[in-house]
Design a protein around this ligand. Structure first.
Ligand code: GLU
Length: 366
């Protein structure tokens, strides 16, 4: 799952999107693209190619637009090439979309609903644009999008633009993150909070299966039956410096050097006058538990293995460290009094998320 940034407002959309996509480069990607409104043709132009955001930045440097959506792709379906890069467009050209994630039933949707549509890419994503387009011949845009969303199985964070209406961005998500930021100038919608730094005074993290209709000065949220939802925006105070590489050549190097500061910050939070203060209900749950599971992946799994040793020595209870991807799809028998620690690097590791959903369902059922 890679990066998404969309903007609508009175500022230069191209600058905000390109800058946002650059901030998300740390996640890795294989291609990048953007669509921006062209005031002379009254249509959205698409710029996309394999390679870096800096190339995209050069191709679009003189374009002024107040609305646009951009994407960095990490290919899951189809080769890494310019055609498969996002944004994707419906066959009539009306709808343009960017998508993070995987549409698991895209083949079935193609066969069932889109037999006469010509697909130009190999992606699962393109099916979304065609479906919206095909529904839009018999219903309004909002209904066309939610009808499409109701058919999708899998994971998605997506933004859509309608060539007939350069004043609206539509968004929806299921599983991968999507966050809305607002200030007096406009609205930014992104898959990663880093891209909001500098462009948001308030923000809202979208829940799964939420549909968004955003104008430059209004953001409305709906469920997939088009019932309007209440939305609360929280104050955005994000330390922009922590999102930049600073004097370091790589983010990894920066994070290694930050370790002593981070440990000091954690100790300061929990240790007061040489006593350790930890949430009492958490401690009670830990005391009641018969076994502790640590679920993690990659580097956090290494931390988990170290944690297992330390926790077993300290509290004399058995601790198991599991790789989240194994645990999610091959869940062992779980002790009913188990205590779980899930360690995520970025907060959006799909396997850990699956573990958490499975565990919560189990707990609710019992
Ligand atoms: N599944 C889509 C593709 O292969 C999106 C990949 C992504 O999340 O970047 O194009």
């Amino acid at each position: 799952m890679c990066g998404i940034v969309g903007y609508i407002g009175s500022s230069n959309a191209r600058n905000i999107i390109i800058e946002g996509l650059k901030k998300l480069e740390y996640r890795g990607y294989d291609s990048a693209g953007i669509t921006l409104y062209n005031l002379s043709s009254n249509l959205f132009n698409i710029y996309k190619d394999i390679g870096r955001v800096s190339t995209l930045s050069k191709t679009t440097h003189n374009i002024l637009s107040n609305i646009g959506i951009g994407h960095t792709r990490w290919a899951t379906h189809g080769k890494v090439n310019a055609v498969n890069a996002h944004p994707h467009q419906s066959s009539s050209g009306r709808f343009i979309i960017v998508h993070n994630g995987v549409i698991e039933n895209f083949k079935q949707l193609k066969n069932q609903y889109l037999k006469n549509h010509i697909f130009i890419s190999e992606t699962d994503t393109e099916v979304i644009a065609h479906l919206i387009d095909s529904f839009s011949t018999i219903m309004d845009v909002e209904k066309s999008i939610v009808s499409t969303l109701n058919l999708l199985q899998g994971s998605y964070a997506l933004l859509s633009i309608d060539n007939k209406d350069p004043n609206t961005i539509y968004a929806a998500k299921n599983k991968p993150p999507l966050i809305i930021g607002k200030d007096e100038e406009g609205v930014t919608i992104t898959s990663d909070i880093l891209a909001l730094a500098g462009y948001a005074k308030t923000y809202h993290v979208l829940a799964d299966k939420t549909f968004v209709v955003s104008k430059k000065d209004s953001v409305k949220l709906y469920d997939y039956d088009l019932n309007e939802l209440q939305v609360q925006f929280d104050e955005f105070n994000f330390d922009i410096k922590s999102s930049e590489k600073g004097i370091f050549e790589h983010f990894m190097l920066k994070e290694i050097h930050e370790q002593p500061t981070v440990i000091r910050r954690i100790m300061k939070k929990y240790i007061h006058d040489s006593s350790i203060n930890i949430n009492q209900s958490l401690l009670n749950d830990l005391k009641k538990s018969s076994r502790i599971y640590i679920l993690a992946a990659g580097t956090s799994m290494h931390a988990g293995i170290v944690g297992k040793k330390i926790i077993e020595d300290l509290i004399k209870k058995p601790v198991e460290a599991h790789i989240a991807s194994e645990f999610a799809y091959n869940t062992p028998l779980i002790d009913p009094n188990a205590f779980f620690i899930l360690i995520s690097q970025s907060g959006e590791i799909a396997d850990l998320r699956t573990c958490l959903t499975k565990l919560k369902n189990k707990i609710i059922k019992h």
